[in-house]
Write a protein that binds this ligand. Structure first.
Ligand code: PMT
Length: 402
């Protein structure tokens, strides 16, 4: 791990501030130069002297500093930083940053910084789950902030749940990964995500359990890898990562049009969407009435988008997914061959999924390509997406140089 960067560590008030002392040590050990900013609340938990000793520099706590050049630490610190890391980020700090308030050095720095910003939240689990905090986090993500954690476990307040600050080693790893060379720099990547909705009448539709989490995590990972990303999304309730070109669709037919019309202009296509295989032959113009007798719906096949992309004359590097409840490897390899794909990522869904698959925060993948395969163990979908993008980049770059 090498982090040869200027890291500006902003420590806000919370018991996890003690972990940030270790974070400074680890960042420096991995080559980073670190300057530390603390809120007044943070200084109640750990002294400025601790951070001064560990970083080798005076700690900044005040917005207006008569001893600083122009009395404006926030501008010179923001210019100096290659990355701003807010760890721990308290609920209050997250709320202030999401609203653009600037009433202390940390929140002012957040507005002044033009470098990548990382936020490692730490708070009581109920505070983390509160809709106000979740809305604020979603807002930060739309600013392009990379949120690291929080992690589940026992909390200092005695409760158990999501809210612990990620371990310093994990934070360093994430910063190292996103500041290291970008394997898809300038490559255009088209990704499909989420479910489709096939209408039966004006009020009903056929859909599936896809939440879009896997596809959105891939879009984010591809962005972090330097790609220009177009995301074709079925109906989901996730915010799109800042910087992606988002195209929203509802039905399999709309998704087909949106993807086929763009695929040849992209170098890579990743089909993560759970596209309906069948759609009602007829959409009733009025709400279908209830009767005493049984009824049935006639369905017709939809176009297979993935297979159609792979058949295009100027086809992109084409990666499919396989969602299986049985014979995972055999079914996935069948799809790889029959649809003529460059790679397939297979995952269990349903009863065999072991917490992964549809609508879960975690997943595991088995990757297959001609003459190769790799297993990616159960992990948070964000981490898994990064690992998958790394493998795709490797295979794509190899194909393009042979
Ligand atoms: O969205 P999440 O809740 O995070 O869940 C993630 C996921 C389980 C949806 C995802 O990891 C996944 O497996 N996506 C593929 C789902 C799927 O439709 O699998 P399939 O085996 O039925 O289809 C195989 C491939 O063909 C897929 O790449 C699919 O996008 C594609 N396909 C299928 C039908 C169709 N008409 N057109 C297609 O392009």
């Amino acid at each position: 791990m090498a982090i040869n960067k200027h890291i500006l560590l902003a420590v806000s008030g919370g018991i996890a501030a003690y972990k940030s002392a270790e974070l400074v040590r680890l960042l420096r050990k991995n080559g980073a130069e670190v300057r530390v900013v603390m809120t007044q609340a943070a200084t109640q938990f750990v002294s400025t002297l601790t951070f001064q000793a560990l970083s080798g520099h005076a700690v900044h706590t005040d917005l207006l500093n008569a001893e600083a050049e122009h009395a404006m630490d926030h501008i010179s610190l923001a210019r100096w930083a290659d990355a701003l890391l807010i760890a721990p980020a308290s609920a209050n700090t997250i709320a202030k940053c999401s609203q653009g308030l600037a009433d202390d050095l940390l929140s002012t720095l957040y507005l002044a910084a033009t470098c990548p910003v990382y936020v490692a939240p730490a708070m009581n689990q109920a505070m983390w789950h509160h809709s106000a905090t979740q809305e604020n986090i979603a807002k930060l993500k739309t600013h392009g902030v990379i949120v690291i954690g929080p992690e589940p476990g026992e909390q200092a307040c005695g409760e158990t749940g999501l809210g612990r600050m990620s371990e310093p080693a994990a934070i360093c790893e994430q910063i190292s990964a996103s500041t290291s060379p970008q394997p898809l720099q300038g490559v255009s990547v088209l990704i499909s995500a989420g479910p489709t909705r096939e209408p039966l009448d004006p009020v009903r539709y056929i859909t599936n359990r896809s939440s879009g989490k896997m596809g959105y995590a891939l879009a984010n990972a591809a962005l972090q890898a330097g790609a220009n990303v177009t995301l074709i999304s079925g109906p989901v309730s996730l915010p799109a990562p800042a910087g992606v070109d988002l195209v929203k669709v509802d039905t399999a037919a709309q998704m087909y049009q949106a993807i086929i019309s763009r695929a040849e202009a992209h170098a890579i296509y990743i089909g993560t969407a759970a596209v309906a295989d069948y759609t009602p032959i007829e959409v009733q113009p009025e709400k279908i009435k209830k009767h005493d007798h049984e009824t049935s719906i006639l369905l017709k096949k939809t176009e297979d988008i993935l297979a159609a992309v792979a058949k295009l004359p100027q086809r992109p590097f084409t990666v499919g997914f396989a969602a299986e409840t049985e014979n995972l490897a055999a079914n996935a390899v069948g799809k790889l061959t029959n649809k003529n794909l460059d790679m397939i990522a297979a995952n269990w869904v349903g009863h065999n999924a072991q917490n992964g698959g549809f609508d879960s925060e975690v997943n595991a993948l088995q990757l297959f390509w001609k003459n190769g395969q790799k297993n990616l163990a159960l992990a948070d979908k964000r981490l898994l997406a990064k690992q998958l993008i790394d493998v795709i980049a490797e295979r794509f770059n190899e194909k393009n140089t042979t």
